[in-house]
Design a protein around this ligand. Structure first.
Ligand code: G6P
Length: 362
């Protein structure tokens, strides 16, 4: 086991730090900024022309990746929804035009498999996004798009979340090109260029992250909140899920604008709030974070902008990228925060109590 960790104390840290490589694999051969185009093996140009709506089904971390993909499609004017697989009703009003996309690292999650089977039963086209070749869901779906993250041993998903998000970003690009009525991306070339340098930027986050020092400062606060708007919302949810999974501390993720509609009652002096900014939709996060700060919360801004961060108590800096990709860099910072906090607390990071890597019962 020690050799598998390659000198790291935990698989989780190894997997966080292997993201420049795993993401390069996810992207390899799939984008051409010069054309500019996205090429997905097994999915020839035009193969999504009959799609009228997209329905993601997934659990846990994979559900957060699905929410990211759904938000991108929503902004491109594609009809889309994302369901927790365990809550999927099985109803698909327009099966001819609906593409059901189960998102699952393992390809074995029982809830997701159940949703896939219900979707097939209803007559929808199904396209699985997964990491594991030959998994049950890969075999049962009509089509498969692999995320190519390589094996992940830590129970808490890290590199596979990033690869799922990037794979869904690529799928969303193809869909917005081909689905009738969708809005094409005007800055396609710049966007694909930004995507191609993302692995290097993740390397930079790994090299420069101050998350370890911050974890020491914010140790023992009792509750931790994560907020974000638009594409940063699923990243906030994922940051909180990771945090609770491995630190056993209470953590919640909220849409920035929802903070004032209830959760604010939980804020006491010293409550840390990790606020995610993407440089495009910052107003809501800024206003709501300030509101919480006025009630004693300490704000950790995750941002590439010094100006945005100026009101915050602390900053986790990320490199500048396209607004639609910021969440991938912010998420790496949050992975480190969870990891270092759990380490400080002496938790069994790679195998948290009560959790399994893959849950094969409903
Ligand atoms: C379990 C794991 C989670 C994971 C979820 C979905 O609950 O502990 O980390 O996100 O299953 O797994 P999947 O393999 O379908 O992505």
């Amino acid at each position: 086991e020690e050799t598998g960790k390659g000198g790291y104390d935990h698989y989780m840290l190894k997997e966080i730090e292997s993201q420049p490589e795993s993401l390069s694999n996810t992207i390899r051969g799939r984008i051409d900024p010069d054309e500019p185009a996205v090429h997905l093996e097994d999915f020839p140009r035009g193969c999504f022309e009959d799609v009228t709506e997209v329905h993601f089904v997934a659990c846990g971390t994979s559900y957060h990746a699905a929410l990211y993909g759904a938000r991108l499609l929503e902004e491109a004017n594609v009809s889309v929804r994302a369901s927790r697989a365990s809550e999927f009703s099985g109803r698909i009003p327009n099966p001819d035009g609906t593409l059901v996309v189960p998102v699952t690292q393992s390809g074995e999650t029982a809830d997701t498999l159940g949703a896939l089977r219900a979707a097939r039963e209803a007559g929808a086209r199904t396209l699985a996004v997964t990491n594991v070749i030959g998994s049950t869901i890969a075999r049962e779906a009509d089509e498969v798009l692999y995320i190519r993250a390589g094996p992940e041993i830590g129970v808490a998903a890290t590199k596979t979340f990033s690869s799922q998000v990037v794979t869904l970003v690529l799928l969303a690009e193809r869909l917005r090109e081909e689905v009738e009525g969708a809005i094409a991306r005007e800055d396609r070339r710049e966007f694909l260029e930004a995507l191609s340098v993302l692995p290097d930027q993740i390397e930079e986050v790994i090299r420069t992250s101050r998350a370890e020092a911050l974890s020491e400062k914010y140790d023992d606060r009792g509750a931790y909140f994560f907020i974000g708007h638009a594409l940063q919302h699923p990243v906030a949810l994922e940051g909180a899920l990771k945090f609770k999974e491995i630190t056993y501390e209470h953590a919640e993720g909220f849409a920035s604008g929802e903070l004032k509609h209830g959760p604010l009652a939980l804020v006491t002096p010293g409550t840390p709030i990790f606020a995610l900014f993407d440089g495009k939709h910052d107003e809501k996060t800024h206003t709501n974070a300030k509101e919480a700060q006025a009630r004693g919360a300490e704000i950790v801004a995750v941002t590439s902008s010094e100006r945005t961060a100026s009101f915050a108590d602390d900053v986790l800096a990320i490199p500048d990228t396209h607004p639609d990709l910021v969440g991938l860099l912010a998420n790496v910072q949050l992975q480190f925060v969870s990891y270092y906090t759990a380490r400080l607390l002496g938790r069994p990071i790679d195998k948290p109590r009560n959790l399994a890597k893959s849950v094969t019962v409903e």
